[in-house]
Design a protein around this ligand. Sequence first.
Ligand code: HEM
Length: 194
Amino acid sequence: MRKSILMALALSLVTAVGGVWAESMHDRMHRAHMAGKKDAHAMGEHDEVNMPGLNGKDTTPTEVSDLKALFTQHKALRRTVDNLPDGIRTVTETDDAALRSKLLSHVVLMLARFQNGRDPEVVIQSPTLTALFKHADVIATRIEMSATGVVVIQTSTDANVVALLQAHAAEVSDMSARGMQAVHERMQADHHKR
Ligand code: HEM
């Protein structure tokens, strides 16, 4: 009897200490986020020049360089997404020839990974993308060139996968419109869901 009371006490102590730790960790992260760039940089975060978050467990220098160009020059991209009953049709274009070749390289290399089920596990990638990789075998993909960019059509017979494709296309549109700001906000929202 006494033993179980002791056990319960020990457990609640662990929970309480864990709670305090979690809270202070959370507060610390917020302070770092909110304290302005100086503190965040001191922690190695928000490095807009080297963008360390664009590296992945399995990324090549070309893939990271493509991502960096897409993020830093996102304002030069135009993008439209049509949600189809069974997927998406996206058009992403730019008048900047150098950026266009980075865009094409990104799409081709990433879709090849997709076909081979090789998730790059980029530090800042969205959970939607990670989920999509698990269903790559039930997604049909077609790429077409347009005069100034690329058209991607992806379809699936699985309604849940269609929803993931549409969610991911919207995330790419947000990154295309707002660059890293879109990623920061998505990561903050994900953090608060936990
Ligand atoms: C964390 C950063 C990023 C990662 C890890 C990433 C990865 C990927 C992967 C794996 C795909 C193929 C999967 C699919 O088509 O559903 C893809 C597609 C694509 N990505 Fe990225 N991407 C990132 C950021 C960006 C950015 C910033 C842009 C442009 C602003 C972009 C533009 C595209 C486009 C146009 C496609 C073709 C599919 C579509 O149009 O929705 N990506 N990306």
